[in-house]
Design a binder for this molecule. Structure first.
Ligand SMILES: *[C@@H]1O[C@H](CO)[C@@H](O)[C@H](O)[C@H]1NC(C)=O
Ligand SMILES: *[C@@H]1O[C@H](CO)[C@@H](O)[C@H](O)[C@H]1NC(C)=O
Ligand SMILES: *[C@@H]1O[C@H](CO)[C@@H](O)[C@H](O)[C@H]1NC(C)=O
Ligand SMILES: *[C@@H]1O[C@H](CO)[C@@H](O)[C@H](O)[C@H]1NC(C)=O
Length: 317
């Protein structure tokens, strides 16, 4: 009787001292940027260096969804976790029982990892937390939107001034107006997609709609100035068009850097590029206004005034 009791006690003590120890990690975070999620589970005191005597079970809130039986090297998993696999089967015998799961299947929650090596076993719990990634800060969003709004607004004003003060064909006016309407609509759609609490692919599409079509403003500026100077652009006007295209290229480089990073960074370049476009837009506008007023002083022709008044009527409608 005594010997049996001693035997049971000894067994319990042995089992107790033979518990597997873990490198405890309380929680890991996943974001929309993790394509796959790794749940770490690292045993620090395996003794046998032999996968054949090992068994691994992964549970989510007490329900087993993945198991690996080393003796036959077989895996069982439920369909909700069809992507689950041991991160490194070769390193399992060294104690790496970490699990890799696809982003969509890795639901947040408390996961437990149970490892057995012959008669020793142990369990560790790890919480998977979902962290929302936001994109640009509200200030960055406002600066991006404001810059493009100003760039487009200056285009419209410059268009109005140019058609009122200088001669051009109806055809050109229609093309200018259609181009302006297109870029305005596309920009508004881009703004609505850009602004959101959480970073999503549609934010990237929104930024694309904001940055890429802005290229239209460069040739439009060029053609507007051509009307003003009757096809012989002075160096200053060429400088305006050149700087506007520089602004555009900076914005595009910023855009490329933004969308290749997750979470995206470097909103500053996009802002700088669009701000340059807006700034050059206002410079071009002031320039055209000055040219327009000096032209009016020099050539006050009645014949020119009349069709211009008609044009004014069209613009106001
Ligand atoms: C998600 O990705 C980040 C950055 O690459 C990484 O540090 C983190 O460990 C990943 N999270 C999980 C749960 O795999
Ligand atoms: C574990 O066993 C493998 C062969 O199965 C051997 O190559 C390796 O050196 C062993 N590692 C340790 C730490 O004993
Ligand atoms: C599988 O996922 C669905 C929803 O995603 C859930 O309703 C269901 O309970 C899950 N099944 C198991 C076995 O966890
Ligand atoms: C996971 O467990 C911790 C501690 O027990 C608890 O605070 C947390 O709410 C749990 N998380 C989930 C998603 O159940």
């Amino acid at each position: 009787m005594w010997s049996l009791g001693a035997w049971v006690l000894l067994g319990a003590v042995c089992a107790g001292s033979a518990q597997l120890q873990f490198n405890v990690i309380k929680s890991v975070e996943k974001t929309v940027c993790n394509k796959t999620v790794i749940l770490p589970c690292i045993v620090t005191n395996l003794a046998q260096n032999n996968t054949k005597v090992m068994f691994v079970k992964w549970k989510l809130e007490k329900r087993v969804f993945f198991s690996f039986d080393g003796s036959v090297e077989s895996i069982h998993r439920i369909s909700n976790f069809s992507s689950a696999k041991l991160e490194s089967l070769q390193n399992l015998r060294l104690g790496i029982a970490s699990l890799s799961i696809s982003q969509t299947q890795a639901v947040p929650g408390n996961y437990s990892c149970e490892v057995t090596e012959s008669n020793r076993e142990g369990e560790t719990v790890i919480e998977l937390i979902y962290r929302i990634v936001s994109w640009f800060t509200p200030v960055e969003n406002i600066l991006i939107i404001l810059s493009l709004v100003l760039a487009i607004l200056f285009y419209w004003i410059q268009l109005a001034v140019t058609v009122l003060k200088f001669e051009t064909t109806l055809q050109k006016k229609i093309v200018f107006i259609i181009a302006g309407v297109i870029i305005t609509i596309v920009a508004v759609v881009g703004f609505s997609l850009l602004v959101s609490d959480e970073f999503k692919p549609q934010n990237q599409a929104g930024l694309g709609l904001i940055v890429l079509p802005a290229v239209i403003l460069v040739p439009l500026e060029y053609i507007l100035l051509q009307i003003v100077f009757e096809n012989k652009l002075p160096p200053f006007a060429i400088g305006v068009v050149f700087l506007q295209s520089v602004g555009y290229f900076i914005a595009v480089i910023g855009f490329a850097l933004c969308i290749t990073a997750c979470p995206p960074k470097k909103g500053a370049l996009v802002i700088a590029g669009l701000a340059i476009m807006a700034l050059i837009g206002v410079v071009g506008l002031i320039y055209v206004i000055l040219m327009g007023s000096s032209k009016k002083d020099q050539v006050p022709r009645k014949a020119v005034e009349e069709p211009l008044n008609d044009a004014k009527g069209v613009m106001l409608e």
